[in-house]
Design a protein. Structure first.
Length: 334
């Protein structure tokens, strides 16, 4: 009898232990393994990148080489590089996928004083470089309205947002004096802009209808990356100097949570299914993975030196990371 009771208690203990292990194990299958590395020419300095709307190509803005590289994703081969007159900064893809918008800060070569800037319009069917929207300013991030009618470009030097109509090319500005704007995100309904500052620790929320700042959110410092969730409920912001990511609730524009990640987080992207956020950490050569269901960091993926930009394929199967100091692109998959 005693032996039977002992055996029963033993089995209960085994079951409880198994359940505890199962609860502690990170659930879900997500891309977390390096499945490829794409080498770029020496001294390319890949800054940021974007994936085409069909997932067939990756576009890379190379800051040192001052060019725009197209990579075919089926075999991860470079198929073309386009010379750019100036330093490329950020890339945005039009909603219909027909054009890539490349913000640029003009200089004669990498490391010189910036003298101007603007936005290149590149047709993705044949990579013909279209009109150059010239602005005498240091340009940073760029965003496209959901209907494709407007381009919003952040000027760090002139402390404003330039608005370009994609058809008529007329221009308006939204002044952000003494706010040092850097990153920008437009909501899926096109009604609000979220603009991260490089110096004052604020994110500014702007109404696109009247072009006024409607909220100021104080979080962290130096917001180099900003992205919104596909469901429109949250905006994620990297706080580079604070080694964290802040989550803003869009319903009331309040900080919902702040999460510690790696050192000097920069780029940020979210999977199409809304389940995972990937963050590049410049100073420790890694990518943090945040699970959105409980906002916990569930993985740290080692990549090459100084990861900066990050983009996710439309099917969510691949994550592309630009490694500035290694002149490479890391491909993360299952």
């Amino acid at each position: 009898m005693r032996r039977n009771i002992s055996l029963a208690l033993l089995w209960i203990g085994i079951i409880i232990t198994a359940l505890m292990v199962g609860c502690n194990k990170e659930s879900g299958n997500f891309p977390k393994r390096i499945v490829g590395t794409i080498k770029l020419p020496l001294d390319s300095g890949p800054r940021v990148l974007a994936v085409s709307s069909d997932g067939n190509y990756v576009y890379v803005a190379n800051r040192k080489a001052e060019n725009f590289t197209i990579i075919r994703t089926i075999d991860n081969k470079i198929i073309k590089s386009i010379e750019i007159d100036g330093v490329p900064e950020r890339i945005a893809i039009a909603p219909d996928g027909r054009y890539a918008y490349l913000s640029n800060s003009e200089s004669q070569f990498y490391g010189t004083l910036y003298t101007g800037g603007g936005v290149y319009i590149i047709r993705t069917s044949d990579y013909e470089v279209g009109p150059f929207l010239s602005v005498s300013a240091i340009m940073k991030d760029v965003a496209i309205s959901p209907d494709g009618k407007f381009v919003y470009v952040v000027s760090n030097s002139n402390e404003c947002i330039y608005i370009k109509n994609t058809s008529t090319l007329w221009e308006e500005t939204i002044s952000l004096d003494n706010k040092s704007p850097y990153s920008i995100y437009i909501t899926s309904d096109g009604k609000k802009l979220y603009v991260g500052s490089q110096k004052d620790g604020n994110v500014y929320v702007i109404s696109t209808s009247d072009k006024k700042v409607i909220a100021t959110i104080s979080i962290g410092s130096e917001h180099l990356g900003i992205i919104g969730s596909p469901d429109g409920n949250f905006v994620y912001v990297t706080n580079t100097q604070d080694n964290s990511v802040s989550i803003i609730r869009t319903s009331d524009d309040q900080v919902f949570k702040t999460i510690k990640v790696g050192k000097n987080p920069s780029g940020i992207a979210i999977t199409p299914d809304n389940n995972y956020v990937y963050v590049t950490n410049l100073a420790d050569d890694s990518v943090s993975v945040i699970r959105t269901s409980d906002n916990r960091v569930i993985a740290m993926i080692k990549v090459e030196r100084q990861p900066n930009g990050i983009a996710i394929s439309p099917n969510g199967k691949y994550i592309y990371v630009s490694n500035f100091a290694s002149d490479s692109i890391s491909v993360i998959g299952y």
